[in-house]
Design a protein. Structure first.
Length: 76
């Protein structure tokens, strides 16, 4: 984890953001010596951010009608 002052971050923002993205290093920006903001890379699997939702979304032809037992079991 790297800590830098807010005043140091501003002129080199793109450089620091690129560092976080490429190296995966956590960056904490301080304000008057106190931790203020944390920047971290987004971690995704090989399927991308939505890969974990695959197969989790069901469609309903009549959303205002009660579910039958088979549909209810599929939600659990």
């Amino acid at each position: 984890m790297k800590r830098i002052a807010k005043s140091s971050f501003k002129p080199r923002a793109f450089e620091y953001l690129r560092m976080v993205e490429e190296q995966g290093e956590l960056l904490v920006i301080t304000d008057h010596g106190r931790d203020a903001v944390q920047i971290q890379p987004i971690r995704t699997d090989e399927h991308g951010a939505s890969g974990s939702l695959e197969g989790a979304i069901l469609t309903y032809d009549a959303p205002d009608q009660p579910l039958d037992q088979g549909d209810w079991d599929a939600l659990q």
